[in-house]
Design a protein around this ligand. Structure first.
Ligand code: PRP
Length: 215
């Protein structure tokens, strides 16, 4: 377990980190260390009893599941792909985007009888989406720039994150169907939830109160 006298929260590095730091600032915390962190990965919010850990999205979940971090801020995309044993306690609203099925503009993904191939960084999300339709597909795992797969003829479609839609548009692709909305969530380790209930609830209340102020 993490240090019992403190709350340790893992933040997803990058854009969600910036939004979460802005949220902490709105909630009245001293975010000076977080703003001038250099290359440090564990930071203090002075006077708050909160330590902040900066990690990659999937690792935020790993640290929370193992109880070495009490809480985490992570996108619903990562939660859906790496389901596990933790509580999801708050939708922070920011980091909003969606999973969508997309492919070459003007093509009908569902046309024809053969099994379709779908490229994605999110094979579990993709599998569940097509299982829900009772449709058998071949899923190919791609590590990034998934949009390349239909353009190169590897797949009939992709399941990927769409935010502004610019990447699809600039590559001659379009959304065929929305799969799932995404935004940043707070997750909590179940044991921490018992042992540090009051402190965790106070922090979640502050987040709920100020989340609407973050864009
Ligand atoms: C994400 C996603 C799309 C793009 C969507 O990629 O995989 O490629 O952003 O954003 P848009 O709709 O605003 O254009 P990311 O930037 O994470 O890079 P990656 O695909 O290489 O992981």
């Amino acid at each position: 377990m993490a240090d019992n006298s403190k709350i340790r929260i893992a933040l997803t590095k990058g854009r969600l980190e910036k939004n979460t730091v802005a949220l902490f600032e709105r909630a009245g915390f001293d975010v000076s260390e977080l703003k001038s962190k250099g290359r440090r990965l564990i930071l203090d919010i002075p006077g708050s009893g909160i330590d902040v850990v900066l990690a990659k999205a999937a690792d935020v979940i790993t640290y929370v599941e193992h109880g070495v971090c009490d809480m985490g801020v992570v996108g619903k995309d990562t939660i859906e792909e790496h389901q596990g044993s933790y509580f999801e306690v708050c939708d922070l609203g920011f980091g909003a985007c969606r999973f969508a099925l997309a492919g070459k503009k003007g093509e009908d993904f569902y046309a024809g009888v053969g099994i379709k191939t779908v490229a994605t960084k999110y094979p579990n999300v993709t599998r569940r989406f097509f299982e829900g339709k009772g449709m058998d597909v071949d899923i190919v795992k791609i590590e990034g720039s998934v949009e390349l797969a239909p353009l190169l003829g590897l797949s009939h479609g992709i399941v990927d994150i769409v935010e502004t839609g610019t990447t699809l548009k600039e590559n001659g692709l379009e959304v065929y169907e929305d799969v799932l909305p995404i935004s940043a969530r707070i997750i909590v380790n179940p044991v921490s939830m018992k042992l540090k209930k009051a402190a965790i609830e106070r922090l979640v209340e502050k987040a709920e109160k100020h989340k609407g102020e973050i864009d």
